[in-house]
Design a protein around this ligand. Structure first.
Ligand SMILES: Cc1cc2nc3c(=O)[nH]c(=O)nc-3n(C[C@H](O)[C@H](O)[C@H](O)COP(=O)(O)OP(=O)(O)OC[C@H]3O[C@@H](n4cnc5c(N)ncnc54)[C@H](O)[C@@H]3O)c2cc1C
Length: 418
C-alpha cells in the first residue's frame, strides 16, 4: 500500500522503516530541509527502557508549589490564555494518582521492552547505523533518604513487571561511576539499571534516512503540511499550499505539530509542548566525565556520554509553543553540570546549547493507531521518551496497520481517546 508519513523526526522515520520493511511504499514529508530538525535533534540521548514512570505521579501535585516558586526548579509553568494549555493541565492533575501512574508505567514498560528488543535488533542488523550507541547502564542518584526509599519502593513494583535494577549505597555509586567522587557527601544512594543504553538521536535519524533512501523510500523535504482535508468520499488528504500529496494512507508523526493539524478534523489530541533544554560538551583530555548514564533525580537532569561528548538535558517548562531559549534556564543547567561534574568543561566555548519541545500527553502515554477516518493514522505524543519508545511504537503501528485496524490488547492501550 502507499503510505505518506508526515514528520521526519525519530517517530516518523522509525514508522517509515517498519512500514517499508512490511512491504509498503512510503513517502516521508517534513517542513525542514533536514530530518530530525526539531525535538529529535538534541535530546538527552537516553534509551531509558526501565525509567518510564510518567511525570504525572502521586507525589507531583504536592511538589508543584515548591517547584513553581523557585526560579531554578526543574519544572516551570507559565499560565497563558490558551484553553488547550488549561485542558492539558486539568487532565494532568487528574492523572496524578497512584492508580493512573501504575497503569501508565505498566503500559509503557511493555512498549519500552519491545522497543529495546527492536533497537538491539537494528543495531545488530543495520551495520551502517553509527550513532554513538552504548550499552552504558544507568545510575539514578538520590540526594535524600526519603527520595531513596521511594525509589526502592518503585524498584520493587517495577521488579514485578520485569525490570532488573539494584539499589546502591553512596559509596557503591562512586565505585561504579568515579566521576561522582567529588559529590560523594551529597548522595544518599542510587538505583542502577544495567540494561539501559545511550545514543545520539540525531545521528540515529540520519542513519535511518540513509537506509530508507537506499530502500526506495522517498522524501519530500521543505514541505509544510498546511491542512488535512476531508474529501467528499470520506477520505483525508494532506495539502501543502495548493498541492495535494499522495494520500492513500496518512500517518501523522508531527510531534508537537499534531494537535493543530488534527483539530479542524474534530480530532482533539491532548498533545502539548513541554519545553526542555540540552547542553553538549566537547570533552577534552582533561575532562573527567561520567561513562555511565547518570540521572540527578532531584534536579531532573540527565547526563549521557555520546562518544567524545557529554549530553546534559533537563527542565520541563509548560509555556506554549515558543522555542525561544531562556538564558536563565540554560544557566541553571550549566550550574547543575558544574556542581555534579566540575571537571567536565572549563572552556565555555565548547558547549552547544539547544531547546526542544517534548510532545507530551497528560498521562504520559503516546497515541498510536487509527482514527475515525479510514486512511488516517497517528503515532504521536511520546513526551520525554520518544527516542526510547520509537522502535516499539513504529512496530506496533505497522502491525496494527497490517491487521486492518483490528486492535490487539497492547495496541488498545494507546488509542487516541485514552
Ligand atoms: C530536553 C529534551 C530531552 C529529551 N531527552 C530524551 C531522552 O533522553 N530519551 C528519550 O527517549 N526522549 C527524550 N526526549 C523526547 C524525545 O526527544 C521526543 O519524544 C521525540 O524526539 C519526539 O519525536 P517526534 O518524531 O514525535 O517529534 P519531532 O522530532 O519534533 O518530529 C516531528 C517532525 O514533524 C515535522 N512537522 C511538524 N508539523 C509539520 C507540518 N505541519 N508539516 C510538515 N512537517 C511538520 C517537524 O518538522 C518535525 O521534524 C527529550 C526531549 C527534550 C525536549
Amino acid at each position: 500500500m502507499q503510505i505518506t508519513v508526515l514528520g521526519a523526526g525519530v517517530i516518523g522515520l522509525t514508522s517509515a522503516y517498519y512500514l517499508n520493511r512490511a512491504g509498503h511504499q512510503v513517502i516521508v514529508v517534513d517542513r525542514h530541509a533536514d530530518v530530525a530538525a526539531e525535538t529529535s535533534y538534541g535530546n538527552g540521548g537516553q534509551l531509558s527502557y526501565s525509567y518510564v514512570a510518567p511525570l504525572a505521579g502521586p507525589g507531583v501535585l504536592s511538589k508543584l508549589p515548591a517547584w513553581l516558586s523557585r526560579k531554578d526548579s526543574p519544572v516551570r509553568f507559565r499560565p497563558s490564555v490558551s484553553l488547550e494549555q488549561w485542558r492539558w493541565c486539568l487532565k494532568f492533575a487528574l492523572a496524578c494518582t497512584r492508580k493512573h501512574s501504575n497503569t501508565t508505567t505498566r503500559r509503557l514498560l511493555s512498549l519500552s521492552f519491545s522497543s529495546r528488543a527492536l533497537m538491539h535488533e537494528l543495531v545488530r542488523d543495520e551495520l551502517q547505523l553509527d550513532f554513538d550507541f552504548e550499552h552504558s547502564g544507568k545510575l539514578v542518584l538520590h540526594r535524600d533518604a526519603h527520595a531513596m526509599q521511594n525509589a526502592v519502593d518503585l524498584l520493587q513494583f517495577q521488579r514485578s513487571l520485569g525490570c532488573e535494577q539494584e539499589a546502591l549505597s553512596a559509596d557503591a555509586c562512586v565505585e561504579l561511576e568515579p566521576a561522582l567522587a567529588s559529590v560523594r557527601a551529597e548522595i544518599a544512594g542510587g538505583i542502577y539499571t544495567r540494561s539501559e543504553d545511550t545514543a545520539d538521536c540525531y545521528r540515529f535519524c540520519k542513519g535511518l534516512e540513509t537506509i530508507l533512501r537506499a530502500r526506495g523510500v522517498q522524501f519530500a523535504m521543505n514541505t509544510s503540511i498546511d491542512e488535512l482535508r476531508l474529501t467528499r468520499g470520506g477520505h483525508i488528504e494532506a495539502r501543502s499550499g495548493s498541492v495535494t500529496l499522495p494520500s492513500d494512507n496518512i500517518i501523522v508523526a508531527t510531534g508537537t505539530g499534531a494537535a493543530r493539524l488534527l483539530k479542524p478534523l474534530g480530532i482533539h489530541v491532548p498533545v502539548y509542548p513541554l519545553k526542555g533544554y540540552s547542553l553538549t560538551y566537547s570533552l577534552g583530555p582533561q575532562s573527567i566525565a561520567p561513562k555511565l548514564s547518570v540521572t540527578d533525580f532531584a534536579r531532573k537532569v540527565v547526563y549521557a556520554r555520546l562518544g567524545d561528548r557529554l549530553r546534559v538535558a533537563g527542565m520541563a517548562d509548560l509555556d506554549g509553543y515558543s522555542l525561544k531559549p531562556d538564558a536563565a534556564r540554560l544557566a541553571t543547567l550549566r550550574a547543575e553540570t558544574a556542581a555534579l561534574f566540575p571537571m567536565v568543561a572549563t572552556d565555555q566555548r565548547d558547549v552547544t546549547e539547544w531547546t526542544g519541545l517534548r510532545p507530551a500527553t497528560p498521562r504520559g502515554t503516546p497515541i498510536i493507531g487509527p482514527t475515525p477516518y479510514r486512511n488516517l493514522w497517528l503515532n504521536i505524543g511520546h513526551g520525554a521518551l520518544g527516542f526510547t519508545l520509537a522502535t516499539g511504537s513504529a512496530a506496533l503501528l505497522t502491525s496494527w496497520f497490517d491487521h486492518q485496524r483490528k486492535p490487539s490488547p497492547v495496541s488498545n492501550h494507546f488509542t487516541f481517546d485514552h
